[in-house]
Ligand binder design. Structure first.
Ligand SMILES: Cc1cc2nc3c(=O)[nH]c(=O)nc-3n(C[C@H](O)[C@H](O)[C@H](O)COP(=O)(O)O)c2cc1C
Length: 487
């Protein structure tokens, strides 16, 4: 049995006192090996505690008082609360590791101890765990505020080592990292990105283009180092384990290496900006890549003045984060909700939110709307026409239009959304989800145009209207006969 021992102690408690107390407490647990010795932050420097951990052969962990206060313990003490600011140290420390308490608090003159049983392999200590979650939350795509400071080789090596430790299909490790510092090369790459930036701007509706003009999308010349991360789809030869049925796994592996790099860089205080305004082959030509090596990501890396608290695209109002509850489905597609929360359908959520808004309470956190800003007026009103059915070619000349195709899979085009809806219920859901996605991308008004006949297309139209109301977006119907010629 793997055990955790929690100890609380006054400063200066001797090793001998701690050893005897812990030995007696552990004996009550029966057999088992102490894997973790845990105490409140600050007490880990006590010589008695350090010696005890060493003699037990246990990992010494600490836990913050706030985390201790969150635990429900069987023997809370007012006295301990007065002294330590938490009603329990020993028992709460055990519980904070996720262990099951098997021996409740035992006391000596200056110390307390409790024992828990680990139900599975131990995770990291709470403080270390929170650092991992913190670096994930505070990683940013950085495109401005780089400072003129060289990246030491050892720092860069650590970051690349983390990237290189990424999981990969069949351990094929399909990535390579091309370090680019030469200004002449970076200028050529910058020219490619600028051309793609112009092309993208050209493709946008006017309101969106103005907004885009204010966004910086790369830092190729502002950073001392660019890293091109590549993928060799044939790495590992013919029989790479796990790749045979899904070749995409090779590119997934390279992308995961980039995420590792990004996180490690953040921990080192290095900003990373991923630039994808490229046709990959053009970058490959500038970098003289062998023809079988493909670009996966182009990264601009350097020290920065600061890391923004939220994504640049969120802060500028370009896009919003999608709530996690929308992305988690239970057992089958559509039963959404966080673990432990009764799943709901997005149609029910949207209907409720829309009814809430209809009752005249917009912007008050109606269900389903809070995360996308309810009906607060946007400084960048953006209208999108959603055409359900019809011939995509008739509409795609208009930058403010998306066409929803319900039947056969259409030719790939970002302006055409293929939604092979099977019945009216799915149709409403599809409409609601589509509006939610558009609103997250800054759309404030939906113009609904249902061209295709039948229940399913009508249901999509209904979903679009309900979704718009639920998200606090404006909406209108565009009659087919009147506007046919304007398309
Ligand atoms: C595959 C990929 C390509 C990206 N390409 C660009 C890009 O060309 N220009 C840019 O400014 N940001 C780019 N980004 C950064 C995203 O805009 C950014 O990750 C997103 O807005 C979330 O912000 P955060 O990374 O700061 O959390 C890219 C990100 C990924 C994952």
């Amino acid at each position: 049995m793997n055990l955790v021992v929690g100890v609380g102690l006054r400063a200066g408690t001797s090793y001998r006192e701690l050893r005897d107390l812990v030995a007696a407490t552990v004996a009550e647990a029966g057999s088992g090996r102490v894997r973790i010795l845990i105490t409140v932050e600050g007490r880990e420097t006590e010589p008695g505690v350090q010696r005890l951990a060493a003699s037990l052969g246990a990992e010494l962990q600490t836990v913050a008082p706030a985390e201790l206060r969150r635990q429900h313990v069987p023997s809370p003490s007012e006295r301990v609360e007065r002294l330590a600011g938490t009603p329990s140290v020993a028992e709460a420390a055990v519980l904070s590791t996720g262990a099951e308490l098997v021996v409740s608090k035992q006391k000596s003159e200056q110390a307390t101890a409790a024992v828990g049983r680990l139900l599975s392999a131990p995770g990291y200590a709470p403080g270390e765990r929170s650092v991992v979650h913190r670096v994930i939350a505070e990683r940013r795509d950085v495109r401005q505020g780089f400072v003129d400071r060289a990246i030491p080789d050892d720092v860069l090596t650590r970051v690349l080592e983390s990237a290189h430790r990424a999981p990969s299909v069949g351990l094929s490790q399909p990535w390579d990292f091309l370090l680019i510092r030469e200004i002449a090369t970076r200028r050529k790459i910058h020219d490619l990105a600028s051309a793609q930036r112009d092309a993208f701007a050209e493709s946008l509706p006017e309101v969106r283009r103005k907004q885009f003009d204010g966004l910086k999308i790369e830092a190729i010349l502002d950073t001392p180092l660019n890293i091109a991360v590549t993928c060799d789809a044939g790495r590992g030869g013919r029989h790479v384990l796990g790749r045979h049925a899904d070749p995409r796994t090779t590119w997934f592996s390279a992308a995961i290496a980039i995420q590792n790099l990004w996180l490690a860089a953040r921990a080192e205080g290095l900003g990373v900006g991923w630039v994808s305004f490229f046709e990959p082959g053009e970058v490959g030509a500038v970098l003289d890549l062998p023809a079988h090596i493909e670009l996966v990501g182009y990264l601009c890396v350097g020290y920065v003045e600061e890391f923004a608290p939220a994504p640049e695209l969120v802060r500028s109002g370009w896009a919003a984060r999608r709530p996690l509850a929308w992305a988690v489905h239970h057992e089958s597609w559509g039963n959404r909700g966080l673990p432990g929360v009764e799943p709901t359908s997005i149609v029910a959520d949207a209907e409720e939110a829309a009814a809430h808004l209809d009752r005249g309470a917009p912007g008050e956190g109606a269900p389903g709307t809070s995360a996308v800003g309810g009906s607060a007026p946007s400084p960048n009103p953006q209208s999108v026409r959603v055409v359900v059915g019809g011939e995509p070619a008739d509409y795609l000349g208009r930058a403010d239009t998306v066409v929803v195709q319900l039947g056969e899979k259409p030719a790939a085009d970002f302006g055409v959304l293929w939604r092979p809806v099977r019945d009216a219920v799915e149709g409403v859901e599809t409409g609601v989800e589509l509006v939610r996605d558009l609103v997250l991308q800054g759309v404030t008004e939906i113009v609904v145009r249902v061209i295709e006949g039948g229940d399913v297309a009508a249901a999509v139209g209904r979903g679009l209207r309900v979704g718009a109301r639920a998200c606090g977006a404006g909406w209108s119907d565009e009659p087919v006969e009147l506007s046919d010629s304007s398309a």
